[in-house]
Design a protein around this ligand. Structure first.
Ligand SMILES: [Zn+2]
Ligand SMILES: [Zn+2]
Length: 303
C-alpha cells in the first residue's frame, strides 16, 4: 500500500517570507512494509523508517526542520494520531538529523551512535551537501549514546542496532527489524547510485564496502531494505552496489599503483562503463573517482 500526502509549506503557514520555499511542495510517500513498519520518503532527505505498535512510535531519521511537521503528519496517519516517542539517527548528516528538534520538543528521546552528538556540537567544516557545518545544540542532540550491538524489544519486534566503523561516516548505525524482515540501511546504501562516502567524517571505501556486506549477510531473499537514498531495495541491490564499488576501487588502485596521478586516472576513464547506470547529480562519475583516489592515496586532489 502506498499513501501519498500532498502538502505545501506555504499553505501550512510555515513560510512567511517571500521565497522560493513558498513554492516548495512536500510529498510524503508512506510505504507499508508490514508488521507496523513503514518507510516515509519525500525525495529530499534520507528515507525515514517508522515502527508503530503497542509500545509506541519509533522514527528512524528526521530529514530537515521544515519537513519534520510533514513527516509527523504522515506518521500520525498510521499511528492513530500519536506523537513520536523515540527517534534514532542513523548518522550525523543534516538530511537525517535536522528534524530532531521538532520531535524532541514534542517529547521524543533521540538515540544515535556515541560519535554523533560530539560531531553535531563541533562539526568539521566540510563543504558537503547534507553535512551540518553549524554547531547544533539543545533538542537537536541525541541524549542516548549507542555503541552498536544493542537490541530493542519494541512493537513486537526484535530491533537490532548495528554499528559500522569507518563506513559512510564513523558513526553509522543500521537497524534490523528481525520478525518483520526489514532493514533500514541508513546511508550505507545509495541504491543504484554512486555512494557518498564522507572521508572528512571518518568514512572509508573499504569500511563502506564492509558495511554493505554486513547488511547483505544479514539479509535474506525476501528482506525489504530501506536505503538511505533511492527506492525500496533488496539483498540483490546491496550485492550490485558491493560489486560496483569493489570493482571501481580495484580499477583506480591499479592505476595508482602504475604511477598515474589524479589527472591521469581521470583521463583513463576507469568507471566509463558504470557511468550511465550509477552517475547522479551529487556523486558524479568524476566525484566517485575523486573519492576513490583520495581514499587510496590519502591525497586530496584539486577538483
Ligand atoms: Zn543522506
Ligand atoms: Zn549521509
Amino acid at each position: 500500500m502506498i499513501r501519498t500526502a500532498f502538502l505545501t509549506l506555504a499553505a501550512a503557514g510555515l513560510v512567511t517570507s517571500a521565497s522560493a520555499a513558498q513554492e516548495q511542495e512536500v510529498y510524503v510517500e508512506t510505504s507499508d512494509l508490514g508488521a507496523g513498519v513503514y518507510m516515509l520518503s519525500t525525495g529530499r532527505g534520507g528515507n525515514v523508517g517508522l515502527s508503530v505498535g503497542e509500545d509506541g512510535v519509533f522514527l528512524i531519521d528526521t530529514q530537515f526542520a521544515p519537513i519534520a511537521p510533514y513527516l509527523d503528519r504522515a506518521q500520525r496517519a498510521v499511528s492513530g494520531d500519536r506523537g513520536v516517542d523515540m527517534v534514532l539517527n542513523t548518522h550525523l548528516h543534516g538530511d537525517h538529523v535536522l528534524g530532531n528538534e521538532y520531535f524532541a520538543e514534542a517529547g521524543a528521546i533521540i538515540l544515535a551512535h556515541e560519535s554523533v552528538r560530539p560531531a553535531l556540537e563541533n562539526p568539521v567544516t566540510a563543504q558537503l551537501t547534507g553535512s551540518t557545518p553549524d554547531p547544533l545544540s539543545g533538542g537537536f542532540l541525541p541524549t542516548v549514546n549507542l555503541v552498536g550491538g544493542e537490541t530493542l524489544t519494541l512493537n513486537g519486534q526484535t530491533v537490532r542496532l548495528h554499528h559500522e566503523p569507518s563506513a559512510h561516516t564513523d558513526g553509522d548505525i543500521w537497524v534490523q527489524f528481525v520478525e518483520a524482515d526489514v532493514i533500514h540501511a541508513g546511508d550505507l546504501l545509495f541504491s543504484g547510485w554512486f555512494p557518498y562516502i564522507d572521508l572528512d567524517n571518518g568514512g572509508t571505501v573499504e569500511g563502506f564496502i564492509a558495511g554493505m556486506q554486513a547488511i547483505a549477510d544479514a539479509a535474506g531473499p525476501d528482506t525489504q531494505v530501506i536505503p538511505g537514498h533511492g527506492p525500496m531495495s533488496t539483498k540483490a541491490d546491496l550485492e550490485a552496489s558491493i560489486a560496483m564499488l569493489s570493482e571501481s576501487r580495484a580499477r583506480v588502485a591499479a592505476l595508482v599503483a602504475d604511477g598515474h596521478d589524479y589527472q591521469a586516472v581521470l583521463d583513463a576513464e576507469p568507471l566509463a562503463d558504470f557511468h550511465d547506470a550509477w552517475n547522479w547529480g551529487f556523486i558524479t562519475t568524476e566525484r566517485m573517482i575523486w573519492t576513490l583516489y583520495r581514499d587510496i592515496t590519502g591525497e586530496i586532489p584539486q577538483r
